[in-house]
Write a protein that binds this ligand. Structure first.
Ligand SMILES: *[C@@H]1O[C@H](CO)[C@@H](O)[C@H](O)[C@H]1NC(C)=O
Length: 201
């Protein structure tokens, strides 16, 4: 390696480590209620993760929650049935602010609530999960109020999932894929709430 290459490499390494250790861009004047609500919301997201397994066992017989076989086929099917993918929760930074983060959490929970509402008229065993999501939505709304002083209405487009649930196989696919996606979204939520809770100005 010549000096130039080494310089460039060092530059990239340095930038990468700076990005990683950059302070989280949270406002220093978050009200105490924000942290308390975030703690409760985190507990709820962990409860939901447990309830997802129970709901899956009760409602889905054709697929296993932990099996990744056929995943790409099932993903394509899910998209074609009107099951959108989760909002992406990035690491907080000046480009992904707390406001954006809380809005996306809210949009995601609302989206899954809407999907479960549709699915629960075709499959049983989803009631606990629906109640959990309603609870979590209230908490995230409180975070939104504490942070932005505003309540947000549901901005999600209405899913046409119901019109695709023609037979029991499509119901199985839809419940399986919704719960699989929700589980991964809840892992993101659990991680994000942790950041919000442990933040110290
Ligand atoms: C949620 O996050 C905590 C760390 O804050 C971790 O210990 C726990 O395992 C996570 N829960 C789940 C269900 O992944």
């Amino acid at each position: 390696m010549d000096t130039w290459t080494v310089t460039i490499l060092l530059h990239y390494l340095l930038c990468a480590s700076l990005v990683q250790s950059a302070p989280v861009d949270l406002p220093s004047n978050l009200p105490p209620a924000f942290r308390e609500t975030a703690v409760e919301a985190k507990t709820l997201s962990e409860k939901i993760l447990k309830d997802i397994s129970a709901a899956h066992t009760a409602a889905v017989t054709d697929f296993n929650l932990d099996s990744s076989s056929q995943m790409s086929n099932l993903q394509m099917l899910a998209v074609s049935m009107g099951i959108p993918s989760s909002p992406v929760l990035k690491v907080l930074s000046e480009h992904f602010t707390l406001d954006m983060c809380v809005s996306r959490m809210l949009a995601g929970v609302q989206m899954y609530q809407n999907l479960l509402e549709i699915l629960s008229s075709r499959a049983s065993g989803l009631e606990d999960l629906k109640a959990d999501l309603r609870d979590l939505l209230n908490h995230i709304n409180k975070l939104m109020e504490a942070q932005l002083g505003a309540d947000h209405s549901d901005q999600n487009p209405i899913s046409d999932l119901d019109s695709h649930l023609q037979d029991s196989y499509s119901v199985q696919v839809a419940v399986h894929m919704t719960l699989t996606q929700l589980r991964s979204f809840c892992h993101d939520l659990n991680r994000t709430f942790r950041v919000l809770i442990t933040y110290r100005p």
